[in-house]
Design a protein around this ligand. Structure first.
Ligand code: DC
Length: 214
């Protein structure tokens, strides 16, 4: 048993779940963990050490050394780290190691918001609130494109679109813990919804669950 109120938020990249998760954590004074960063940190540690990305034993050892406290999306956001993370995320031993750390994090009182791909299905299947945040691949590619252009960079929309689809395919079709909505998850399609509207919808699900728990 735990005294923590857990909010599980899953969905594909660039659907808005990161922004939504941070906003929810702030609203309720809960801890927040972006679990994608745990896969990214493991991948970066392997790359930095010049180690292969296809050796499960070596990758598991790195996964066990990841410190959740020091994770920083700015350092881990590079495209090649995301690609490498998606590759090592198919390895059951890596997933086991990171899921253990994520579950320990989820027990922090008074509550925790975890976002990722398998939080509602595998990491915290008993979470009282589960959200599955999605948007069409076109909308997600456009958001990523606008973000890069907004930061003064240059980007190729078609290449980003192909990348989004390839990443979805890998995340949805892996054998261990594929990305999918939990049967009891609330679906939020943000294709034509502002972040504010998504937040208000999420808030109503959370408030209803909190009053059931009270
Ligand atoms: O959300 P992100 O782009 O930072 O995630 C990086 C990779 O990690 C992504 O391809 C899928 C994987 N991942 C996962 O398998 N399970 C999670 N709970 C979070 C991320």
């Amino acid at each position: 048993m735990t005294d923590s109120f857990i909010i599980a938020i899953d969905g594909p990249a660039a659907a808005g779940k990161g922004t939504l998760s941070r906003r929810i954590a702030e609203e309720y004074g809960f801890h927040h963990l972006d679990t994608g960063l745990t896969y990214r940190a493991t991948a970066k540690a392997l790359i930095d050490a010049g180690l292969p990305l296809d050796d499960e034993t070596v990758a598991e050892k790195m996964a066990r050394e990841v410190e959740l406290a020091g994770l920083d999306r700015d350092i881990l956001s590079k495209h090649e780290i995301g690609e490498a993370a998606s590759k090592i995320a198919v390895m059951p031993a890596v997933r086991r190691a990171l899921v253990e750390a994520q579950r320990r994090f989820s027990e922090k009182a008074p509550g925790a918001v975890l976002d990722g791909r398998d939080i509602g299905t595998v990491v915290c299947p008993d979470a009282p609130v589960k959200l599955y945040v999605t948007a069409s691949p076109e909308v997600r590619a456009k958001r990523r494109y606008d973000e890069i252009i907004g930061k003064g960079g240059s980007a190729d929309f078609e290449a980003i679109f192909e990348d989004v689809k390839r990443r979805d395919d890998r995340d949805m079709n892996r054998a261990d813990s594929p990305m999918k909505p939990a049967v009891d998850a609330h679906l939020l399609d943000t294709s034509e919804m502002s972040i504010e509207a998504a937040f208000q919808a999420a808030k109503s699900f959370i408030d209803a669950a909190l009053s059931r728990n009270a």
